[in-house]
Design a binder for this molecule. Structure first.
Ligand code: HEM
Length: 467
């Protein structure tokens, strides 16, 4: 009172200012980096943390933060402390050597709406271990990584080539047919059934998949503040995401039901998985291209593939230059720049810091794949970095596109075989040209945080003269 009187302010005004300052102090302390935790590269905003820094160009911003702050730093995603690990050595020290503390998954708004507390990608502990072991053994028994899988992929590749042939060299964005092909390979594998490109249900499924991928990472606010879904209207697109997730899950449930009712017959991973889960339940266990810019690379690949017969899975051991080129494209494109989030389950001392219990861990794979200390000239497109003096292929352990540690990508064998057969077949049959002579390649910008798909790009696929 005395002070307000002396300063000439109304007591009620001073009370308001005091309440405001106390709230500001509390809110700011929520996003305060704990002592001993890795340092922060930028100031956190109250409540939103570092999210506003990551809206325009997350990929570029995170690479810049690594340059500025070092191989390990802390940020707040909303009110959640997140530790970003950006070097291969540190990832090995943590994710690999201390895997028992770094292999769990956090809860986020998107995970909750996608019912991802089941299955593999977002589960932790025994349910994750059992699911992962079961799926891995089923995928292996279905021939993952072996030539038999190649035969299934080739069925789809033939349909893809036919679809591309219909374009008759006209400029087109081939994202649609490519996306369907990749999805159909997985469906064929999982359901024992492929879908015609004219199937409207499949169209709907593809559309939903694309929207889900976009929203899973892009919907930052709903991820860190799940309660925004209760606000009137849909300013933060949370309700749209929930509708989309519901439709997606309905779609998946309908398939599983068909498999259970034996409307889909034949070998498929889903029936094998359902059987395995039933077995576990009975046993009392819980169930739950930038080639256009590099014509010389292109010509070398085409020469290596030859034109005598269509490529097949067994050629993978022979076509070293093509395999090296695919690896180089994957390294530079780095389509999952920060992997999938993990959670640290204990206070873990690392170097001079302590990673606090329950911090989200982001594995900055992009920083490893573009690390000058590892690759020398990371921004140069040089497939020969994956070939030794004898022209044999080798894969350095720092090639971490599929992540590392116990949660390394489960589909690695399938994805590698698919990339190989698709590219070998397309490049053998077509010359890939820009849609028009002034076309620039699309930027590899991280559009939505989780995956980094290329922007739309018009190209022409001209039939090669077969000799
Ligand atoms: C080029 C294509 C692909 C890339 C670059 C890729 C990359 C990744 C990455 C970075 C992770 C995160 C691993 C981690 O949490 O540390 C992951 C996880 C996973 N991927 Fe892939 N992936 C690809 C294709 C596939 C395919 C085709 C499948 C399915 C057949 C698949 C199934 C999975 C699964 C199930 C996980 C979760 C593993 C777990 O948490 O235990 N991926 N992938």
């Amino acid at each position: 009172m005395v002070f307000s009187y002396l300063l000439g302010f109304e007591p009620s005004f001073l009370l308001l200012v005091t309440i405001f300052l106390v709230i500001l102090f509390i809110v700011t302390s929520w996003t305060h980096i704990p002592d001993n935790a890795p340092p922060s590269p930028a100031r956190a905003y109250p409540v939103l943390g570092h999210l506003p820094h990551l809206t325009a160009d997350p990929r570029g911003t995170m690479l810049e933060w690594r340059r500025k702050t070092g191989d390990i730093y802390s940020i707040y995603m909303g009110l959640t402390l997140t530790v970003v690990i950006s070097s291969y050595d540190l990832l090995k020290e943590t994710i690999v050597k201390k895997a028992e503390f770094f292999s769990s998954k956090p809860h986020t708004g998107s995970i909750d709406v996608m019912a991802c507390d089941k299955g593999i990608i977002s589960t932790s502990g025994p349910p994750w271990k059992e699911n992962r072991a079961a799926i891995l053994s089923i995928l292996r028994s279905f021939g993952m990584g072996k030539n038999v899988m190649g035969e299934k992929i080739m069925e789809e590749v033939s349909a893809y080539l036919k679809e591309l042939g219909h374009l008759e060299g006209r400029p087109a964005d081939v994202k649609g047919p490519t996306f369907r092909t990749v999805a159909n390979v997985v469906c064929n594998f999982l359901l024992g059934k492929r879908f015609e490109y004219t199937d409207t249900d499949f169209d709907k499924f593809m559309d939903l998949t694309e929207r889900i991928i976009e929203q899973l990472g892009g919907n930052f606010l709903h991820n860190v503040f799940p309660w925004v879904k209760y606000l009137p209207g849909d300013l933060f697109k949370a309700k749209r995401m929930i509708r989309c997730a519901d439709q997606y899950l309905e779609f998946a449930d309908a398939f599983i039901e068909k498999v259970q009712k034996e409307e889909i017959v034949g070998d498929n991973v889903i029936s094998a998985y359902l059987e395995e889960m039933q077995k576990q339940k009975d046993a009392g266990q819980p169930s739950e291209l930038s080639l256009g810019q590099h014509p010389q690379v292109y010509e070398e690949i085409v020469r290596e593939i030859g034109t005598e017969r269509p490529p097949e899975a067994a050629d993978k051991t022979r076509l070293n230059f093509l395999c090296a080129t695919i690896m180089e494209v994957q390294r530079i494109a780095s389509i999952v720049p920060v992997g999938l989030p993990h959670r640290c389950t204990e206070d873990i001392p690392i170097r001079n810091y302590v990673i606090p219990k329950d911090a989200i861990i982001l594995m900055h794979l992009d920083a490893v794949l573009l690390d000058e200390n590892l690759w020398g000239d990371p921004w140069n497109f040089r497939p020969d970095r994956f070939l030794n003096d004898k022209g044999e292929l080798f894969s350095p352990e720092q090639f971490v596109v599929f992540s590392m540690g116990k949660r390394v990508c489960l589909g690695e064998g399938l994805a590698k075989m698919e990339l190989f057969l698709l590219l070998a077949s397309v490049l053998q049959r077509f010359e890939v040209l820009p849609g028009d002579t002034n076309a620039k390649l699309p930027p590899l910008k991280d559009k939505n945080g989780i995956a980094c798909p290329p922007e739309p790009f018009m190209m022409r696929l001209a039939e090669r003269q077969q000799h």
